[in-house]
Ligand binder design. Structure first.
Ligand SMILES: [Zn+2]
Length: 371
């Protein structure tokens, strides 16, 4: 079904670096890194998680740029063999853990590039979620811009009109004469303004950004975690392939995200919830109108936080050279990376192979969804 989504998009040549080999940390290294991540989460005040297609592969939805990704195989004229429908896909361990970490106030915001609706099905509340590329399960009114949850995935992509009248009157708002459009962006579409603003502010406020299952190639989504670094926060990347911003990360974990987060939860002593239909907003939408419009109050609150924490603060220039130096001397074992002159003695700089750097050095702005 993610093929249907991919095929629905207009033709676009610059799909970025595709099919890089996947890497796996040894179990010892993985365990060590997971305890560092758990420690970072415990000590941080504002944690933002950035999710990409890699967190939905265990639900049976293929990613785009992995060795068996939609775009990677498209080059060879092939299609992924596993392909569940968006209607049937269930949230993964990662989706359920993120919902729980938000509830426990360990994670303050989730920014997703995924359109598969699995965060919505996990029960993650609207105020904690930005979906920058849209969602198959969300419609938007062309006049009042209110958003509503669908009980089944939309069959169109690219903000097409479904002809369905706006439900605002039923949702407690003033009746509106608008029509609903699908909320799935095509290449040339602008990102949803409020979601993007919230994402930029949260990423800037954050003292820790964690990237899960994304190669961070699409901008602006892929550059948001770098904002955290510019304001002095830490960056953790968990992905099987190298990513565009590996050289700016404090910790890189090459392993399955489900396993990484499950280990982190064990260390934190928090239980992972199972998927529950009663929390699934798409199921709720079967019997009632579910308004998914971002609340103005939440926007104002985060804007205030951003202004008080970041306004007038000079962004750091990222000293990639210095960071690279640290990773250069890494031989794969732990390095006491005293990166920003503060206590990061436990941070592991993973070996970043030169050939991977070159892959990403070629063109840093390969993919762009308009802002
Ligand atoms: Zn409307």
């Amino acid at each position: 079904m993610s093929c249907n989504y991919a095929e629905g998009l207009s033709p676009y040549e610059h799909k970025g670096v595709l099919g890089l080999p996947e890497k796996f940390d040894s179990i010892d290294k993985l365990n060590e890194k997971c305890s560092i991540l758990a420690d970072l989460i415990s000590k941080s005040k504002h944690v933002v998680v950035h999710t990409g297609a890699g967190i939905s592969t265990s639900a049976g939805i293929p990613d785009f740029r992995g060795p068996n990704g939609v775009w990677t195989l498209e080059r060879e004229g092939k299609r992924p063999s596993t392909n569940i429908s968006f209607a049937d896909a269930k949230p993964t361990k990662t989706h359920m853990i993120l919902k729980k970490l938000v509830e426990c106030n360990k994670v303050q915001y989730v920014i997703s590039q995924n359109i598969d609706g699995l965060h919505l099905k996990s029960g993650l509340q609207r105020k904690y979620l930005a979906e920058l590329h849209g969602n198959m399960f969300i419609d938007e009114c062309n006049l009042c811009k209110r958003q509503f949850v669908r009980n089944r995935p939309v069959e169109t992509v690219g903000k097409k009109c479904s002809g369905v009248p706006c439900a605002s009157g039923h949702a407690g708002g003033r009746p509106c004469r608008g029509r609903l459009y699908d909320g799935v962006l095509d290449w040339e579409h602008s990102l949803p303004e409020n979601d993007l603003l919230m994402s930029e502010w949260h990423s800037s406020i954050a003292d820790l950004s964690i990237c899960l299952g994304t190669t961070l190639q699409i901008i602006p989504s892929g550059n948001l975690p770098v904002e955290t670094v510019k304001y002095g926060g830490k960056l953790v990347i968990c992905n099987l392939q190298p990513t565009k911003h590996d050289n700016k990360a404090d910790l890189i974990i090459n392993y399955y995200v489900d396993d990484v987060l499950e280990k982190v939860m064990n260390i934190l002593g928090i239980e992972r919830p199972e998927y529950n239909e009663t929390d699934d907003f798409t199921k709720l939408a079967e019997t009632s109108i579910v308004n998914w419009t971002i609340n103005r109050k939440d926007i104002v609150l985060i804007e205030k936080m951003f202004k008080s924490k970041c306004k007038g603060v000079k962004k750091k220039r990222i000293l990639i050279k210095n960071k690279r130096k640290i990773s250069d001397i890494s031989d794969g074992s732990s390095v006491n990376g005293n990166i920003d002159n503060d206590d990061k003695s436990k941070i592991i700089k993973l070996e970043i192979k030169d050939e991977n750097r070159k892959e990403y050095a070629v063109d840093t702005n390969i993919l762009q969804l308009n802002t």
